[in-house]
Design a protein around this ligand. Structure first.
Ligand code: NAP
Length: 275
């Protein structure tokens, strides 16, 4: 029951209306008997929103596009990892001090580890945007990583994590796809469209293919990969594991990811059916 002791958590970004996070986190609060609610806030003015977080003593937040990078300047502290990546997706309000974290990095590692070993593998990441950066940072500590990006400069900037960054082209794709044993799509290609950056004939059956997009759940890339027998991992796993890490930072509880995935799949099904 919502009462005078109910704590408030939320998401700030713009747009936020299709986010699954309120459904997932509210289901978790209920499951673990925590007196809290999670709301989505569509924010136009980040500066005022941050003042509001402190003034209203909001307990914790997720940050999404377009504020994951700009939020850093408003925080009292951030984790070493969030600072290195330059992006924050989770904020904890610790007695009035706002502390930032990047749980996308942990999320991707746990999502991959759910299916396969990551250590010492050869990983090709497509995309050096916000998500690509977090993924490259998390995986470069354990594995051999190459990043290909349409804008070469952004791929090269990631070399500070001790990995190789190159321009995305047919030649670089051919070369690194024959080298890699894990392929990760961290570009926006394939989101709500039947497109893939990878010509089907360049995929190999013994690869693990992870697409961080979850709408649709099976992207064209994952469909192509499944058809030739690759191990495929959908983007909902990353969403679940990054959300689980945010929940742990806010509450100290390691939530049940199987339960979170079930809730998220039901929400996606209802959305597709227009419920
Ligand atoms: P972003 O910062 O805008 O980066 C977009 C990336 O896509 C950049 O690398 C960009 O390359 C590349 N790109 C865009 N259009 C392209 C094209 N036509 N050809 C080749 N590359 C292209 O976005 P983001 O935050 O990293 O998110 C990327 C995707 O991941 C989105 O679809 C988002 O929904 C998804 N995502 C999923 C999760 C999850 O939990 N599952 C979490 C975060 C993000 P340039 O640098 O050349 O522009």
């Amino acid at each position: 029951m919502v009462n005078a002791k109910t704590r408030l958590y939320g998401l700030i970004g713009n747009p936020v209306e299709h986010s699954l996070s309120p459904i997932i986190h509210n289901a978790l609060f209920k499951r673990y008997n925590i007196n809290a609610v999670y709301l989505a806030f569509e924010v136009d003015d980040l500066d005022s929103a941050v003042k509001g977080i402190k003034a209203l003593k909001i307990s914790g937040l997720n940050i999404t596009m377009p504020y994951k990078e700009r939020i850093l300047e408003f925080l009292d502290e951030f984790s070493e990892e969030a600072g290195a990546i330059g992006s924050v997706n989770t904020v904890v309000n610790r007695a009035g001090e706002l502390i930032g974290y990047n749980t996308d990095a942990v999320g991707v590692l746990k999502a991959l580890n759910h299916f396969t070993e990551v250590k010492d593998r050869r990983i090709l990441i497509l995309g050096a945007g916000g998500a690509g950066k977090a993924i490259a940072h998390a995986l470069s500590r354990l594995a051999k990583v190459v990043v290909l990006n349409r804008t070469e400069r952004k791929a090269k900037e990631l070399e500070k994590f001790g990995l190789k960054g190159e321009k995305l082209s047919r030649e670089s794709l051919e070369y690194y796809l024959s080298w890699a044993d894990i392929l990760i799509n961290a570009t926006s290609i394939g989101m709500n469209e039947d497109k893939s950056l990878i010509p089907k004939e360049l995929l190999r059956k013994n690869m693990t293919v992870f697409d961080i997009i979850y709408s649709p759940l099976e992207t064209r890339l994952l469909r192509d990969a499944r058809k030739i027998g690759c191990l495929t991992v959908d983007g909902l796993w990353m969403l679940i594991y990054q959300g689980a890490e945010s929940f742990r930072l806010w509450t100290g509880i390691e939530p049940d990811v199987g339960f979170m995935r079930k809730v998220a799949l039901e929400a996606l099904r209802d959305e597709n059916q227009g419920i």
